[in-house]
Design a protein around this ligand. Sequence first.
Ligand code: GAR
Length: 208
Amino acid sequence: MAGNFGKIKIGVLVSGSGTNLQAIIDGCAAGSIDGQVVCVISNKESAFGLERARNHAIPAHHLDHRQYQDRSEYDAALVSILQEHAVDLVVLAGFMRIVTPVLLGAFPDRVMNIHPALLPSFPGLDAQRQALEYGVRVSGCTVHFVDPGTDTGPIILQSVVPVLDEDTEETLSQRIHVEEHKLYPAAIQLFAEGRLSVHGRRVKISAK
Ligand code: GAR
């Protein structure tokens, strides 16, 4: 996508703790992301990510998926909140739901996700456990644009971590989380600078 958005408006979708959300809020505050988190939405009322938003006076919305007939209807409700806040970029940060063309069509090439594995290995749930069970020597995290598949969209950035013999799901997850908190803000900043363009499966990063 061409163009420099300047200070972009970011809408973040979470289902859980929201440590990636926190890294993005902190990046915006520190000026390493030319953007502002303008709303946070969760399908889970108890998600600590909503609390993090409130702590920073960011509008926090709970949208219960059980109140909607199907995924499309739910996504239409998401879109209307995101559009009310004039969001430029939708960031999935531990949002444990499949999104539909209703959301993707409203924000073409403007929905990002982070996944705790080196895609295309280990998509879907429990990526860290899948990596340990397979016995890989390295894993990591991937930021990608979202397409209608599960963790299949064009890859923006990846970061690698070692898998150690003594690793448990917990210790590997912690090592990956440290990288996620650097990688996601970096990918969002590339978007904010208008430097990302999608060409089929490949994302090109233009020079500054
Ligand atoms: C992150 O590790 C993210 O990669 C993962 O959920 C975690 C959320 O952590 N996402 C997925 O597994 C999506 N398939 P956080 O709530 O602390 O940011």
